[in-house]
Ligand binder design. Structure first.
Ligand SMILES: [Zn+2]
Length: 183
């Protein structure tokens, strides 16, 4: 009998912490909004609905917290441990930045290392990049010679990465995945 009661309390506690988490999130957003309006020189009379809502949420949070403490006390009396009280607040929120996109079309690889699927070992890897003087570097060199090269500036394209080809390699199987040609 007490097992069933404990289970019910446990479920109720989980529901409670979930609602509390939702309310807290909502409260944080509201507080941010109000702070933003304050920073823009508005006073409290200009956003009565937000201020009112914030008060309401605080009130609801207080009620939920009281209920939670009450349930926890009951749980303790029935012999349940606090260990099974898994609060939702421990769950991590997803990161605010987008996850890096895995480029499955190797022809679309950018001129820097990027996540992709190696076509040789079929593993998901972040490519290793190296640069190599390609036809673009030779053409730029040739043009600078035509326009009278001063102090070896025709060799500059061989030092500038943006004039060179970029080679993507698989860090796992060392295969050559793709060359991004400048020209
Ligand atoms: Zn590979």
């Amino acid at each position: 009998m007490s097992d069933v009661q404990l289970m019910n309390i446990f479920e109720e506690l989980n529901r409670l912490s979930f609602s509390r988490q939702q309310l807290t999130d909502k409260r944080n957003i509201l507080a941010l909004l109000i702070q933003f309006k304050k920073n823009n020189g508005q006073n409290e009379q200009q956003y009565p609905s937000e201020a009112e809502e914030l008060k309401e949420i605080d009130e609801q949070l207080k009620v939920l917290t009281e209920k939670k403490i009450e349930l926890e006390n009951l749980q303790e009396r029935l012999g349940g441990s606090h260990l099974i009280d898994t609060t939702v607040s421990t769950t991590e929120s997803p990161p605010s930045y987008p996850a890096p996109r895995v480029i499955l079309e190797i022809g679309e690889l950018p001129r820097h290392s990027a996540p992709t699927q190696c076509p040789f070992c079929r593993q998901y890897v972040t490519t290793e990049v190296t640069t190599k003087a390609g036809s673009a570097a030779y053409i730029v060199c040739f043009i600078s010679i035509l326009f009278c090269c001063i102090a070896g500036c025709c060799l500059l394209p061989f030092c500038l990465d943006r004039c060179k080809d970029v080679i993507h390699k698989c860090p796992k199987c060392r295969s050559h995945i793709q060359t991004c040609k400048k020209l």
